[in-house]
Ligand binder design. Structure first.
Ligand SMILES: [Fe+2]
Length: 402
């Protein structure tokens, strides 16, 4: 046994808090007892699956190289001890090389110990729903140094994870900035509207977005199997009269319907509605409930509400009228001032929002009375959560560990 601290199977840092004092093999587990007397079980398969050793993990990528299915059914630990430095040392049957586990990593990942704490497989901030009574303006942040300032980025992205949106003010008013900001977060999702799309009136528009028409509250691209998780809109110019922007929390609408109108909620969360675009050069379609529920929790994971991006309903005859009643009801609620906030765009404003949760819209504007130019871009929610984790990890690394 070497005295070097054990490796971890990742690139993160795991400060040692509780130290293990003893370890033993019991049944199909290694049982580790910590200095506070609490015991944690670790299943043999779980331990070998998370072994950080070079024989089991590619140390360059930290991805496992061990094929679990290649091990025999009676694979097991033959012995377990705690090293002087607190590492867990486990020897294995069938000639598999021994594993050493970092005590900080092991404590943080102890899955059956109370307050084992540290690692949360689902660490996404919990959404807090809002309506007009709870929110008057988008949560707003100084965006003048967003391209350099990690603390500002973290605060802004956290607000988006919790409330579904966040606004930066004072972002440089320069075409293309929206992509530079997006790349601070992660990889861009390109679509048929381009990598960066310009929201302003066009001569031969392929979307109502590119006209001066009112846009009722909607999500973008529900016509896709996977609608973009995030959207950014950056205002470069706004001297037109009208065109006020609005936002609605789709999760709040779902909450309201579940509590007050369960029949409507059931239809919207179970019937498959038709979403379709009608452009000259593309024909995207997807069938989905309007309110999509997480099968594990039953909570909404996304909403698909867009009056102008739907195709003909294709349901059994007796279910068409109830489906339309439910659809009209959710459209009406999405326009109800109780659920909607309205705000103006100033040049330099940049709004990031969860396109699978929030509905956005705008009032009609008069293009003859001035110009209105927004640039937009899409990303996925994954990019936001990964970025937040890396920002937190950088802070931990900067704080230093043992
Ligand atoms: Fe839109």
């Amino acid at each position: 046994m070497t005295e070097a601290p054990p490796l971890t199977p990742d690139f993160d840092v795991w400060p040692v808090g509780r130290r293990p004092v003893s370890a033993t093999v019991a049944g199909s587990d290694v049982v580790v007892t910590w200095e506070d007397g609490i015991a944690s079980r670790f299943d043999f398969w779980w331990l070998i699956d998370n072994s950080p050793m070079p024989e089991h993990v590619n140390r360059t990528t930290r991805e496992p190289t061990l094929d679990l299915s290649a091990l025999p059914d009676d694979f097991h630990a033959t012995a377990a001890t705690v090293e002087a430095g607190g590492g867990l040392y486990v020897t294995w049957s069938h000639g598999v090389s021994a594993s050493r586990y970092h005590p900080g990593w092991l404590a943080a990942h102890a899955y059956d110990a109370p307050a084992g704490g540290g690692f949360d497989a689902d660490d996404r901030p919990r959404p807090v729903t809002w309506d007009a009574a709870a929110m008057a303006e988008p949560p707003s942040f100084d965006g003048s140094r967003i391209l350099e300032d990690d603390a500002a980025l973290e605060a802004w992205l956290t607000a988006v994870a919790v409330y579904g949106f966040g606004r930066l003010r004072g972002v440089p008013v320069e075409p293309g900035t929206v992509e530079r900001v997006a790349r601070r977060i992660g990889t861009v999702r390109e679509t048929n509207f381009g990598r960066v799309f310009d929201v302003r009136s066009k001569v031969d528009p392929d979307s109502n977005a590119y006209t001066a028409l009112e846009l009722t509250p909607h999500v973008d691209l529900p016509t896709r199997e996977y609608q973009p998780g995030l959207q950014i809109l950056h205002c470069l110019e706004n001297s037109a009269s009208g065109g006020e922007a609005m936002m609605v929390d789709g999760f709040r609408l779902a909450e309201h319907l579940a509590a007050e109108e369960p029949g409507t909620y059931r239809i919207l969360s179970t019937e498959r509605f038709t979403f379709q675009n009608r452009a000259k050069t593309s024909d995207y379609r997807w069938l989905s409930p309007v309110i999509v529920l997480d099968p594990a929790t039953g909570s909404p994971t996304e909403v698909r509400i867009a009056g102008f991006l739907r195709g003909p309903l294709a349901l059994p005859a007796e279910r068409v009228a109830p489906a339309y009643r439910a659809l009209r009801r959710v459209f009406a609620l999405s326009r109800d001032p109780r659920f909607r906030i309205a705000y103006g765009y100033r040049p330099g404003d940049l709004v990031l929002f969860d396109n699978r949760r929030l509905l956005h819209g705008r009032a009609a504007f008069d293009p003859a009375a001035g110009a209105r130019w927004l640039q937009g871009i899409y990303l996925e929610r994954d990019e936001l959560h990964s970025c937040l984790r890396i920002l937190r990890r950088r802070r931990r690394l900067a704080a230093g560990t043992d």
